[in-house]
Design a protein around this ligand. Structure first.
Ligand code: ZN
Length: 510
């Protein structure tokens, strides 16, 4: 049901009308002026506010009695004790890393939980988020923020759209707008497939491909960037949008972006899980999975990062429908995972696409992770290159903003989820958390042959976790954009040297 969808004709009509009224003052070939762009975006946000008025947002009060705690577990014994305590409790583990585990608990459940822990752990925790209901409310846009922009407004890409997180239909319409605004071969809105509830999974293909300067050169080299596999990780969605916007609006103005898009297509899929994402706006802000029916009527949803067909499901928690890491009844049981994989295979078969790289954005903990996720004993054959690029991605993100990202194998960085998982005593000292089969990361590396595949967990390191305030949208997007430019330069064979020169010239580093 799409009560407020602004269709393509409306968008184009709006554009034409506004284009006739105001001068085109932008140097981007074939693009409307920034003022026209902002006016069209303001119209989309007006529609969003109407939708919001009609639907209401989810009930933050549902978490008013909960807090998020961080347990410090330095020793392997502590970690094993935490695993034992959470096992079978279907707890919402937010993140887990070297020496810490973050989890959501009801306030009146803290004491009973502490009593299950050894004494050494009972005093080594801190409260990360005390007022969860307020933190949730602060992630939604204020009501009625959208107003038509003044002509004097500064024409920054972070204008209206990136001031707040946006609901799914607003994003879908905005992608349509981008493909309408930038005529020609540079931008094309495509569909990856349909979700279990029937929504389109929209994407933007940006690049000149074989129709451009690369015509006749054979395969269409493509970088795939996904966000929103996990519904509550909103920053991953806004960042994919920001990257798409940045590449589109930098074309013709940034020599390195030109060279990247002359050689590579980049396909941006901001919301792989639209049903789940929609539900974080209308039902439960902390929802993680899809909304597909399972064999348990009260436990819908599949964890898309455990739903792909490579090394699917070695862990017990992945076969329990009520688990937050439920991977479905079998490989690709999750509709959205199946659609994404099928789309990729069709692109390879029908359009001569060669996926050279895959970036899967998540949150939180600021980590760059490489395959394999399913096992720490499986090593990728290009490990040295994989690590080198990961370290450089982290480096350029730090140079952009000062934020520190760590690098690791995904088997070490995977989130620990308590319910029914197979945390054995065996191996507990050599790995932090549960092994994770069926990940998108492993699948695209192993089956789709995307040589450089990474899962990137964006901001922050725990202050807000999944409830990152919207003021982080632009800075997070900018640091990822700088890293992606380095990555593109590396793929072009320049190993980052050309990018460094560009940075020096523009004094981006400050
Ligand atoms: Zn995630």
């Amino acid at each position: 049901m799409r009560l407020y969808f602004l269709d393509t004709f409306s968008v184009i009509s709006l554009l034409i009308a506004t284009s006739l009224s105001y001068p085109q003052d932008t140097p981007i070939p074939g693009a409307p002026s920034p003022w026209v762009r902002e006016s069209a975006i303001a119209a989309i946000l007006e529609d969003r506010d109407t939708w919001r008025d009609n639907h209401g947002l989810n009930r933050p009060d549902m978490y008013k009695n909960d807090v998020v705690l961080r347990f410090l577990s330095i020793t392997p014994d502590d970690q094993a004790a935490l695993r034992r305590a959470t096992k079978g409790m279907n707890m919402d583990i937010w993140d887990s890393g070297p020496g810490f585990t973050d989890m959501r608990l009801p306030k009146d459940g803290i004491s009973p939980f502490l009593s299950t822990l050894p004494e050494s752990l009972q005093s080594t925790y801190m409260v990360l988020i005390d007022d969860l209901a307020s933190a949730i409310s602060a992630t939604y846009p204020p009501s009625r923020e959208a107003t038509m922009p003044q002509k004097s407004r500064s024409h920054q890409p972070e204008g209206l759209f990136f001031r707040n997180y946006q609901p799914f239909e607003t994003i879908s319409t905005w992608l349509e707008l981008l493909s309408s605004m930038f005529q020609g071969d540079l931008v094309e809105k495509i569909s990856i497939g349909k979700t279990s509830e029937g929504r389109d999974i929209p994407a933007l293909r940006v690049g000149l491909g074989p129709a451009g300067s690369n015509a006749g050169s054979g395969s269409r080299k493509t970088i795939l960037i996904t966000g929103g596999l996990h519904a509550r990780e909103w920053i991953s969605i806004s960042t994919v949008n920001y990257l798409a916007w940045s590449f589109v609006t930098s074309y013709g103005q940034d020599e390195l972006v030109d060279r990247i898009l002359d050689t590579y297509d980049i396909v941006f899929v901001p919301v792989v899980n639209p049903d789940g994402y929609e539900y974080t706006w209308t039902g439960d802000r902390l929802w993680r999975k899809t909304r597909q029916n399972t064999t348990m009527p009260y436990c819908p949803g599949v964890d898309l990062d455990h739903a792909f067909g490579y090394q699917w499901g070695p862990a017990e928690s992945q076969t329990e429908p009520c688990s937050l890491t439920y991977g479905g009844e079998g490989p690709f049981h999750a509709v959205e995972a199946a659609q994404l994989a099928q789309w990729a295979k069709n692109e390879m078969r029908n359009n001569n696409v060669n996926f050279v790289a895959y970036l899967d954005l998540h949150s939180y903990s600021q980590q760059i992770l490489w395959p394999y996720s399913y096992s720490c004993s499986a090593r990728v054959p290009n490990l040295e290159n994989m690590m080198e690029v990961a370290m450089n991605i982290a480096k350029y993100m730090r140079l952009s903003s000062g934020d520190v990202y760590t690098v690791d194998s995904a088997c070490q960085g995977e989130v620990a989820i308590g319910f029914g998982s197979t945390y054995g005593e065996e191996g507990a000292s050599s790995r932090r958390v549960e092994q994770a089969g069926g990940s998108a990361l492993d699948y695209f590396f192993h089956d789709i042959k995307a040589k450089y595949s990474y899962q990137i967990k964006l901001r922050d390191t725990g202050t807000y976790g999944f409830l990152l305030p919207p003021s982080h949208i632009v800075p997070t997007g900018q640091e990822m954009f700088q890293a992606l430019k380095y990555f593109g330069d590396y793929l072009l064979g320049n190993n980052g040297h050309e990018w460094m020169q560009t940075v020096d010239n523009q004094q981006v580093l400050g």
